[in-house]
Design a protein around this ligand. Structure first.
Ligand code: FAD
Length: 400
């Protein structure tokens, strides 16, 4: 029996487990510091109030229990990897492994050079940060609704970073607020959304089709897009730009970059400028240590670094699971052929823009339906497993 430890129960970690669980020669351990899987890709809907907590957080014990074979879930942070002794250390104990998969993801990079951003900016890569924003924002809307004297005071929401997450948040917030303005009137109407990026366009690096159609939708929703706007510093209510401009704000969400989560180890593994593990073409950083998802640099066949997405996290996990199967049978892994199949951007309400295989291009309601099918099938897959696990646990606790 070979022991496989997976660190991190995000998109990559869960996909690795799903792809390894049917091998009877493998004993599986999943570690996460949280008790839940956070559906980050749906964070835009959670912070805008469109989705609820149960749409974005799924219990990991129930999920692990939902498989036919046992998976040991340990809710602890892994603090140290000893790759020569093949062990990982948590606060309470040491665990040995034959194969290790690091799937620790990334957190928001608030950039040291933007003074004040870590203090005043909300992130969305952790549930508590999204939740903090949502509750603070709703509280202010509520106060405006209740309190006559607060009418006429605008709420300025500044979103720093017009990549995928920034754009999705700006569009969803605008759409939800437009809908609220019918019911709670001025309290919602006095919200302005500003989407800020230092690049020449929104969604830097994406195709012209995606950029142009996303920009049109943001304009139609009334988002104030500020490109070529380099944030130099923020204080408690003002954004200061390098070119001297200023913007007064009430809330600042920062989605301008990521910093990978990595773990102390006996060997100083190579990392890039955003802390991602620099792995080889088989996703390894040591003989039996694999990396998947946002925590590592993943390149396509032309050696271009791919943007960190849930899609790539899942694909890298499937590849690594297959490699481990092979290695148990003494086959050396082939190189990972990483590529992005397509991308859909959720743009508020029932609207999205998408491109698949570089030539299928779609926008509006059809794109929204396609994106919905992708996210719903992911969610339903997890939900089914969760229900099975929950039923098993409650049945056994009743002694039936
Ligand atoms: C608003 C938003 C919208 C997005 N939209 C899309 C989209 O439309 N399509 C898309 O493909 N991608 C999208 N993404 C990106 C996507 O969410 C990430 O690329 C994806 O979550 C990466 O998956 P992962 O498994 O590498 O890491 P994560 O999902 O971040 O999971 C990492 C896990 O590791 C755990 N962990 C970390 N360190 C330790 C440790 N030391 N010990 C134990 N556990 C640890 C964490 O608790 C976490 O559960 C979006 C992101 C955001 C924020």
């Amino acid at each position: 029996m070979k022991k496989v430890i997976v660190i991190g129960a995000g998109y990559g970690g869960l996909r690795a487990i799903e792809n390894l669980v049917n091998n009877k020669d493998i004993e599986l351990y999943l570690f996460d510091q949280n008790s839940y899987h956070y559906l980050q890709t749906e964070a835009y809907g959670y912070i805008a109030g469109r989705f609820d907590l149960h749409d974005v957080a799924l219990d990991l014990k129930n999920w692990c229990n939902g498989f036919k074979r046992p998976i040991t879930f340990i809710q602890e942070k892994v603090e140290f990897i000893n790759s020569s002794q093949q062990t990982v250390k948590t606060h309470s104990s040491n665990f040995d492994y034959d194969y290790l998969i690091i799937a620790t993801g990334a957190r928001t990079n608030f950039f040291n050079f933007i003074s004040g951003m870590d203090k005043y900016g909300f992130g969305v890569k952790k549930l508590f940060r999204s939740h903090n924003f949502r509750t603070s924002f709703e509280q202010l809307l509520y106060e405006k609704l209740e309190n006559e004297s607060m009418r006429g005071k605008n709420i300025n929401l500044a979103i720093g970073g017009a990549g995928l997450s920034g754009v999705e948040i700006a569009a969803e917030m605008c759409d939800v607020i437009k809908r609220h303005s019918k019911s709670i009137a001025d309290a919602a109407r006095e919200v302005n959304i500003h989407l800020i990026d230092a690049s020449d366009t929104i969604l830097p690096g994406m195709s012209k089709y995606i950029i142009n159609n996303t920009q049109k939708r943001l304009d139609a929703l009334g988002v104030n897009t500020m490109t070529k706007a380099f944030i130099e510093r923020v204080d408690s209510n003002m954004v200061f730009f390098k070119d001297g401009r200023k913007l007064e704000y009430t809330f600042m969400i920062f989605t301008g970059g990521i910093l990978a989560n990595n773990i102390d180890s006996d060997i100083e593994f190579q990392k890039n400028r955003i802390n991602q593990y620099v792995c080889d073409a088989t996703q390894r950083i040591a003989e039996n240590v694999f990396t998947v998802g946002d925590c590592c640099e993943i390149k396509d066949k032309n050696k271009n670094i791919l943007p960190p997405t849930a899609q790539i996290a899942e694909k890298s996990a499937e590849y690594v699971a297959k490699s481990i199967y092979g290695m148990i049978l003494n086959h050396e892994p082939e190189c990972f052929d990483a590529k992005v199949d397509g991308l859909f951007v959720a743009l508020g309400g029932n609207y999205a823009v998408g491109e698949v295989f570089g030539f299928i291009k779609t926008k509006g309601y059809i794109a929204y339906i396609l994106k919905k099918i992708i996210t719903k099938s992911y969610y339903l897959g997890l939900k089914l497993r969760l229900n099975t696990g929950f039923n098993k646990r409650t049945t056994s606790s009743k002694g039936i």
